[in-house]
Ligand binder design. Structure first.
Ligand SMILES: *[C@@H]1O[C@H](CO)[C@@H](O)[C@H](O)[C@H]1NC(C)=O
Length: 457
């Protein structure tokens, strides 16, 4: 581990993951004050306001799809490093538009800013982990790769902590919450300007000398040339792999079957209701009769539990294996949400159930983080032969954003119509997921890919 490597890992993981996580969590607590402001300009009735608010939070995912689609284009054209740098100008523009909206009294600017920050998140989610894996020495790739996910969960926590109404989530201060994205943007610009370009990109664009000097910077005089040779070999090996086209993906059983599983995993991950909980936990806690203030503190606790469990799950996945965790997670979440539903129904008559609801939300986060949260991404890549992985991801990532968007958009309106019964949608889909994945998914841990592929054939 050289200083340059640590510097580059921090600049890329914190700079990218922070925007992604922070903006996922930041609108949760100040929903009320921002809604009130929007209503002052647009004078909406209750259901219109609900739809506008749901659009404001979830339009970020549409941006995510756009950003994801731009990932390979930009990162192959101007390089990983410049894409990451450029992306911060997108974030800065979004921050100024979102925060500025209040001062010029234009709610549509907040919605536009959320779309733009989504593009930023989509690019970050694509290029951040790519850059991280391409600058890491082989033996550290797994550990450094999980940095991105960890930063996301930590920054969701940060967002929840600074956005409670004791801190910045107030009528006058909430724009600052949105201007805050300028800080990580500035940090990443400075950090990446002084970081090396991805060695893989330099080799692919035939800048061999530059690649060697950057490799020496990253890994030292001795390891630099050795690691560079390893990367050269990897590039050679990948040129020898058979080409997998989208047509193959859809027609050849060994690709099509895992592709269906992977898309269903992404759907099930979002239909678990996790973002309903992340976006709206304050709201859920208030439904459970906590005071506004206690509800916000309980929401910060959600972020904290998420961080701790995510760290823990990195080890758990290697010990227990993928499939048991996935099934335990989905079965547990089905049961947990069923109980939560009962609590929310009877909370009016039995006050103590409010606290049971809070416990169940926490347990839900734990079950999500050990199973549905992390496993689909790990398994997703393990179900495919190396040659098919990038293409499979190019389907799975937008699928994930899309399901995220749909759940974010429909949750509040449906909750208005159905009340707590809205959770039935999540319960039913999780029950289905538990059974389906139990039957259809093979364990992938410590199993060669040939064996897994043979199963699908
Ligand atoms: C929004 O504004 C309208 C009219 O100004 C008002 O009738 C309504 O109650 C407000 N809604 C909320 C949720 O504040």
């Amino acid at each position: 581990m050289t200083c340059v490597l640590v510097w580059a890992v921090l600049a890329s993981s914190i700079g990218s993951g922070f925007q992604h996580g922070y903006n996922t969590g930041v609108l949760n607590a100040p929903q009320k004050v921002i809604e009130t402001w929007m209503n002052e300009t647009w004078h909406m009735d209750d259901s219109e306001l609900t739809i506008i608010w749901s659009t404001t939070t979830s339009i970020m995912c549409i941006g995510g799809i756009i950003g994801g689609a731009l990932t390979s284009l930009l990162s192959n054209w101007i390089g990983r490093r410049k894409t990451l740098i450029l992306n911060n100008f997108i974030a800065a523009a979004a921050g100024i538009i979102m925060g500025g909206s209040k001062y010029v009294n234009q709610p549509w600017m907040l919605i536009l800013g959320r779309l733009i920050i989504g593009i930023n998140a989509g690019l970050n989610a694509g290029v951040g982990p790519m850059y991280l894996s391409e600058i890491s020495p082989m033996e550290l790739r797994g550990a450094i790769g999980s940095m991105y996910q960890l930063v996301i969960t930590i920054s969701i926590l940060v967002a929840q902590a600074v956005s409670i109404n004791k801190v910045l989530g107030t009528e006058t201060l909430w724009p600052i919450l949105l201007f805050l994205v300028l800080i990580p943007a500035g940090y990443q610009i400075l950090g990446m300007l002084t970081s090396p370009e991805s060695l893989k990109y330099l080799l692919e664009t035939n800048e061999d000398e530059k690649a060697l000097s950057e490799s020496v910077r990253l890994f030292g005089e001795e390891q630099g040339p050795i690691n560079l040779d390893l990367i050269k070999n990897e590039i050679e090996d990948s040129r020898l792999l058979p080409k997998v086209t989208m047509r193959d993906m859809l027609h050849v059983a060994k690709y099509r079957r895992p592709l269906i599983i992977m898309c269903l995993l992404m759907g099930a991950q979002q239909l678990s209701g996790i973002n309903a909980v992340i976006y709206y936990s304050t709201h859920i806690f208030k439904t459970a009769d906590l005071s506004e203030e206690n509800a916000q503190i309980a929401t910060v606790g959600v972020g904290l539990v998420n961080v701790i469990t995510t760290i823990f799950s990195v080890f758990l996945v290697e010990m227990v294996g993928r499939k048991p965790l996935l099934i335990i997670g989905f079965a547990g979440m089905t049961l947990d949400l069923s109980l939560l539903l009962v609590c929310l129904y009877y909370v009016e008559s039995i006050a103590i159930l409010a606290y049971a609801a809070v416990v169940l939300v926490y347990l839900f986060i734990i079950l999500f983080a050990i199973g549905a949260g992390s496993i689909p991404w790990i398994m997703g890549s393990e179900l495919f032969a190396t040659a098919a992985r990038p293409l499979a991801l190019s389907v799975a990532v937008p699928a994930n954003w899309f399901f995220n968007f749909v759940v974010g958009l429909i949750f509040l309106p449906l909750q208005k119509i159905l009340g707590p019964a809205v959770f039935l949608i999540f319960i039913v889909s999780q029950a289905f997921a538990t059974v389906y994945f139990h039957i259809k998914i093979p364990e992938t841990k410590n199993r060669p890919i040939d064996e897994i592929t043979a199963l699908f054939e």
